[in-house]
Design a protein around this ligand. Structure first.
Ligand SMILES: [Zn+2]
Length: 122
């Protein structure tokens, strides 16, 4: 069973799929196999179709904690009610919707009637 690559706070990560483990490993771009340092499971890594395009789009965001991406139906994203399966265009749209918050002195979107990163960060 493969582990699924996702981006969490500007890092490619995969969660171990062994029941009860709960381990997570940092991934190098293109890494095809991961070894869980907690339970020693060795598993193939499932990457999105174009991880570089996702990465490039996320890197336009100045705050590392706002650089997140999950594949469709990823357990963590579903559990926390945060976006998953986003396309590069979706990420671009999301960043544009929140750009005002990331400017120096930017106000939380709630004060401006917009959306906020706050609920998207886990
Ligand atoms: Zn494990």
């Amino acid at each position: 069973m493969p582990v699924r690559a996702y981006v969490n706070h500007s890092r490619w990560v995969a969660d171990c799929v062994r029941l009860y483990c709960g381990g997570a490993e940092l991934l190098r771009p293109g890494q095809s196999v991961v070894w869980c340092s907690n339970c020693t499971l060795v598993a193939p890594v499932e990457w999105p179709g174009d991880p570089q395009a996702i990465w490039d789009e996320l890197m336009t965001r100045p705050v590392p904690q706002t650089r997140n991406w999950y594949p469709r139906d990823h357990e963590v994203a579903v559990r926390h009610g945060i976006p998953h399966g986003q396309t590069v265009a979706d990420l671009r749209e999301e960043a544009a919707a929140h750009a005002h918050e990331l400017m120096p002195g930017g106000a939380p979107a709630g004060l401006e009637g917009g959306t906020s990163w706050r609920g998207l960060l886990r």
